[in-house]
Design a protein around this ligand. Structure first.
Ligand code: GDG
Length: 459
């Protein structure tokens, strides 16, 4: 069996015992996939050094071998906080209003991709499979090819691919997309993002896409397909059955004192639609006076990307909005929103999911959304909760038995909460069974196998 070399911006290090944190979906999914595989995970250590040296730190934890490099402050500013998180992230989430175009970001992005290529190349053996992840590293495949690498190289995009009409607002968009043609396989979360990519290729590059997933541009052909990511179902079920999860569930249930818990768990990010969610919940409170004091929203939102100004701004606006809603509706013995900015361990999260009758997962745009799948996996089969899910999350294409909503519509969110509260148990069970079968079947192992099979040329 070939080794698998996974390359992503960051390599996930396990958190010390009991310390929660906003480990992103990518990190959670990849450690699970690599634990089974003989391979290596390469990426940025998260540390900043005075001058880039190319020194590699090797480590091994939890069955996963990793190799990391430090970056310079300028690299982090231009590549990570700049091009990745201030240009590509907003643009790929359809927020061209927030996308910043700065030439130094683009050159920093190229430079760091070159640094990754230079340092990782000597670690790659001729028959290794190379799997590169996400928007931080789009040109890395092309950089490796320029250095003579002939291995099979795949790329998986964890976030949406924007419509061609939006993507063309990015300076040098052609150059970025053309660099993708260096890969053998390009994976997207859903057929919708794949279609947007194909559309761009045909409109802007004069390419041609075949029904079997082959994309031709000039003399290059690559395989492009949808590989929806899943959760580590087995691991998550174990987490949900742990004593720690049971304690967390009991703690939340006790503090709810007979009230229904609605849960939201999201990195603090504008793409997750938190302000719109709060507004939808406020509309529910306004229109359903009979429910005041009988339920509450627990929103867990650990901060992320604090060095990017937009994230500070969203944090402030959510503090204010949740405060206003609480001020407006709270009673001496009830607050409608428990807004928590800290992270929790996975067991705690699993317990909280289980204690919640409803999950509100309403991103404005999301590549997949693993929280939706985790919520389903954590439910009690005899008495499951209800998932309210944005139709704009990739997960909506698989979890069709959720209550699907338009996250921009307060009324839609409010109506769905009303419907969820009144939903008979038989309907809850029927919907949950269908969703759970999908989450269990199409898990992270299924995702990895499908992608790797395609990378090996078997898919
Ligand atoms: C990107 C794409 C795609 C959150 N709070 C805590 C915590 N989390 C964990 C969740 C979940 C993960 O973080 C978040 O995953 P998502 O999928 O919701 O979102 P992104 O971070 O934006 O991930 C996304 C994903 O990549 C994978 O391809 O689905 O569309 O944007 O696992 O549980 N975990 C812990 N404590 C917290 O407080 N332990």
């Amino acid at each position: 069996m070939s080794r698998l070399i996974v390359i992503s911006n960051r390599v996930a290090a396990p958190k010390p015992e009991g310390e929660g944190g906003a480990q992103g979906g990518l990190a959670v999914a990849l450690s699970a996939a690599l634990r089974e595989y003989k391979g290596l995970w390469f990426g940025w250590s998260g540390r900043v050094t005075d001058a880039f040296t190319g020194h590699i730190d090797f480590a091994r934890h939890d069955g996963v071998a990793s190799a990391t490099i430090d970056l310079e402050a300028q690299d982090v500013d231009e590549y990570y906080n700049g091009y990745a998180n201030r240009t590509l992230w907003p643009l790929f989430h359809y927020r061209i209003d927030l996308a910043e175009y700065d030439r130094s970001f683009g050159s920093g992005y190229e430079r760091v991709n070159e640094r990754f290529a230079e340092t990782v190349q000597p670690l790659i053996d001729p028959d290794d499979l190379v799997w590169i992840h996400d928007y931080h590293l789009i040109p890395l495949g092309a950089q490796l090819r320029e250095r003579g690498l002939r291995n099979r190289i795949g790329f998986f995009l964890h976030i949406p691919w924007p419509p061609a009409r939006l993507l063309t607002s990015l300076p040098a968009h052609e150059r970025l997309v053309l660099s993708l043609l260096a890969y053998d396989v390009i994976g997207f979360q859903t057929p919708e993002w794949l279609e947007s990519f194909q559309n761009y290729v045909e409109r802007e590059l004069g390419g041609h896409c075949e029904a079997d997933g082959t994309v031709h541009v000039g003399d290059r052909s690559v395989h492009a397909a949808a590989y929806p990511i899943g959760i580590d179902y087995k691991e998550f079920q174990e987490a949900a059955a742990s004593a720690q999860a049971r304690e967390a569930c009991a703690r939340l249930t006790e503090s709810a004192a007979g009230r229904h818990t609605i849960i939201g768990v999201d990195r603090l990010d504008y793409s997750k639609g938190l302000a719109e969610r709060f507004e939808g919940y406020r509309r529910f409170l306004e229109d359903n006076g009979d429910c005041l004091g009988k339920l509450f929203l627990l929103q867990i939102a650990p901060p992320s990307r604090g060095e990017v100004h937009t994230y500070e701004a969203i944090r402030e606006s959510l503090d204010e909005l949740s405060g206003r809603i609480n001020g407006e509706f709270a009673e001496v013995d009830w607050v409608p929103i428990r807004y928590v900015n800290q992270g929790y361990g996975r067991e705690d999260l699993a317990g909280f999911y289980r204690a919640a009758k409803i999950a509100l997962v309403t991103p404005l745009r999301d590549g997949m959304n693993l929280v939706a799948k985790e919520y389903v996996a954590a439910q009690d089969p005899e008495d499951p909760g209800i998932l309210i899910l944005s139709r704009f999350a990739g997960a909506a294409l698989q979890l069709k038995d959720a209550l699907l909503v338009n996250p921009y519509s307060k009324e839609d969110i409010s109506d769905a909460i009303r419907r969820a509260i009144a939903m008979p148990k038989e309907e809850r069970i029927r919907r949950w069974r269908a969703m759970n079968a999908c989450v269990a079947e199409e898990d992270v192992v299924w995702w990895r196998r499908n992608f790797v099979a395609a990378l090996e040329g078997r898919g």
